[in-house]
Design a protein around this ligand. Structure first.
Ligand code: SF4
Ligand code: SF4
Length: 319
């Protein structure tokens, strides 16, 4: 078996659901999708996510000068629980229901890197979402899936409910074919977005996105256009992925026990979140990616939803 196939076998053995290789051309330093990223940044669509403008994101050699290949992986996190429709409960995006994906993917990527270093004398760096690497563009280049019009990577096998990670290595591995795009004429995600955040296919303006504001915005108040359209989301937003035909037909329950939801994360009551204390937050979101959302942000997000409910009730009474 050649080295590329050995690497793929090892990644599969470690539990990754998809693995693909993208070769890095040392004579063409630009990362795939760099022009799109540059356009997106010049519109200010990154909002306050300053790290998206890190120049290393547009040239992977700036992250690791000797890099020759990216081993891109995906892990399915879908579980068959519906989002709550109870107006008194908040909705949390599926990615945050179970154990922190940084830990779950990180453990496996670390093991893969260690094996490459020890058995194949490779130099490696691995990332889950945290490094200055354009992981969606590289995943598409490595044949994992394609970037849908909602900006997420869609796989043929597990739809878009996947976490992405990658190992950068100096090994020269055989490249997979880049994935072809399969959105066709569909615009369901654009039509469904309540805040018109998908300004055009493949372009999401974070300033208008519920996911950005509930997770990243640290201001005391949410912008009015977001607050009024939260639709009970308190952490992230799955609307554009939920309506996607690929997710409706190709979602498969994960076999990773760590991604089974912590019961308290599926449908927390808004009144509980609206007064969430530091101690409750610490207890509820232990080993969770949702720790990124601080107690005051949970309170703010929950209260904005409560206010929407109150206004709805009062409008109904006045009819
Ligand atoms: S996550 Fe929600 S707000 Fe953001 S683009 Fe998708 S549907 Fe729109
Ligand atoms: S909803 Fe349609 S356009 Fe949007 S990502 Fe899915 S297939 Fe593509």
């Amino acid at each position: 078996m050649n080295l590329t196939n050995l690497v793929k076998e090892k990644a599969t053995h470690l539990g990754f659901h998809r693995v693909g290789i993208a070769a890095v051309d040392p004579h063409n330093p630009e990362t795939p999708g760099h022009q799109g990223l540059q356009n997106w940044l010049s519109q200010g669509y990154q909002a306050k996510m300053g790290w998206m403008g890190d120049p290393r994101r547009q040239q992977v050699q700036k992250v690791m000068p000797e890099v020759r290949s990216l081993i891109c992986v995906a892990l399915n996190y879908y579980t068959e629980h519906p989002h709550s429709q109870d107006p008194n409960h908040g909705k949390i995006s599926r990615y945050g229901w179970g154990r922190d994906y940084h830990k779950v993917l990180g453990r496996r990527l670390k093991a893969l890197s260690l094996w490459l270093t020890e058995e194949h004398n490779a130099t490696c760096r691995w990332y889950v979402d945290t490094g200055p690497v354009s992981e969606k563009a590289w995943a598409e280049r490595a044949g994992i899936g394609w970037i849908g019009k909602h900006g997420n990577v869609i796989t043929r096998t597990h739809a878009s409910w996947v976490f992405l990670g990658e190992v950068l290595t100096d090994l020269e591995l055989d490249s997979d074919k880049p994935h072809t795009a399969h959105c066709g004429n569909c615009v369901k995600c654009l039509d469904a977005c309540p805040t018109d955040a998908i300004t055009q296919p493949y372009v999401v303006d974070a300033n208008r996105c519920i996911a950005y504001h509930t997770i990243e915005n640290r201001d005391e108040e949410l912008p009015e256009a977001i607050a009024q359209n939260l639709n009970n989301w308190v952490a992230g937003c799955d609307i554009c992925q939920d309506v996607c035909p690929w997710n409706q037909f190709y979602s498969v329950p994960t076999d990773i026990p760590d991604f089974q939801p912590y019961p308290q994360n599926i449908a927390p009551s808004l009144s509980h979140l609206a007064t969430l204390s530091q101690e409750q937050w610490d207890e509820q979101f232990r080993a969770s990616a949702l720790r990124r959302i601080k107690p005051t942000m949970w309170q703010r997000n929950a209260r904005a939803n409560q206010q929407n409910q109150e206004e709805k009730t009062s409008n109904n009474k006045n009819r």
